[in-house]
Design a protein around this ligand. Structure first.
Ligand code: DON
Length: 317
């Protein structure tokens, strides 16, 4: 057990496979905790006794344990990638349309929008993700293909795709998102047709990936904005710092304080039970377990990340 913080570039003496094996065994003792998202059947039907963890180091190596190769619905994790694309499209102009403050409210809350004139608190709550989706729609000729190609390239998996059934169910049950989008539109902060923005948002939520895909797909956020494999620039170094800081302060909604406290890494969760996280200069990682806590974050996923940073000394604080 490493009780003192370590130089993140120095992994000497850490047996990552052994650590992942220990965490995997611990988590499996706790299967059954948490509640699977049940607002749509395709999420409600996912068994709770699943746990996967994957690390994608900048040297190209991957370490994994448990159900790390089982695909799941990435849901709000997609907001990291659309934020990256929105920054590519309009740069810092984005911050005039969406703020970067933690909200302290649930991810689908409408409450702050009225006082704050249709400017969402951050790009990771649904309101902010709708504005980001609008920016991506305006910024690229083929936005859906752009997002898919982005993820196929980032993960190195050409088979990353969307789930039509999930996208359709999101559309059928998305009353709050419809309200949010119309409300934001009434302030002039959506430029495209409301339904087009919603459809793009539902599509991004319906992407299916596994832990290994997702760990690889956030490596650029650990590498000053460059893909560690090809060297390709994905976003600027400044953009990387900003995306990571918003993940830290708002990536897990009204549990972001708790995540900083217990985990200490920039992270982004989704109601499918996945959480991606970044150890700057070292690795992208992903955990998945479908049982959620009351804030909509994977309960055992959070536990696993907590154990990981405590066993490795890799929290950023
Ligand atoms: O917008 C929605 O309601 C769903 N697609 C949930 C997105 C999500 O993952 C939020 N967070 N944890």
């Amino acid at each position: 057990m490493h009780e003192t913080p370590r130089n993140p570039r120095d992994l000497t003496g850490l047996d990552l496979d052994d650590i992942l094996g220990t965490i995997n065994a611990e988590v499996r003792q706790r299967f059954g905790e948490g509640r699977v998202a049940d607002y749509i059947p395709s999420l409600a039907d996912v068994p709770r006794d699943r746990f996967g963890i994957a690390l994608a180091l900048l040297d190209g190596s991957v370490h994994e344990a448990g159900n790390a190769r089982e695909r799941f619905s990435i849901q709000s994790i997609s907001k990291v990638y659309t934020l990256t694309l929105a920054l590519e499209a309009i740069g810092d102009e984005l911050w005039k349309r969406v703020d970067r403050e933690p909200s302290g409210d649930p991810f689908n809350s409408l409450i702050q929008l009225e006082h704050e004139k249709g400017i969402p608190r951050n790009p990771f709550m649904n309101a902010g993700a709708l504005v980001t989706a609008d920016v991506v729609l305006s910024g690229f000729d083929a936005p859906e293909r752009t997002l898919l190609e982005f993820l196929r390239k980032r993960s190195g998996n050409p088979e990353v795709g969307t789930d039509e059934v999930v996208a359709r169910s999101e559309r059928e049950s998305g009353y709050r998102n419809v309200a949010l989008a119309n409300f934001i539109r009434s302030f002039g902060n959506l430029h495209n047709d409301v339904q087009d923005v919603l459809d793009f948002y539902y599509l991004q939520c319906s992407l299916r990936m596994d832990c290994v895909d997702l760990a690889r797909s956030v490596q650029y956020l650990a590498n000053a904005g460059r893909c560690p494999v090809s060297g390709e620039r994905v976003t600027s170094a400044e953009g990387t710092t900003r995306i990571n800081s918003v993940m830290m302060t708002a990536g897990t909604y009204d549990a972001a304080g708790d995540f900083a406290f217990y985990v200490g890494l920039p992270a982004k969760s989704g109601v499918g039970g996945g959480i991606v996280a970044v150890v700057p200069h070292v690795m992208g990682l992903c955990v998945w377990s479908p049982g959620l806590d009351e804030k909509g974050n994977s309960l055992l996923g959070r536990y696993a990340l907590h154990r990981f940073t405590r066993m490795t000394g890799l929290a950023v604080f």
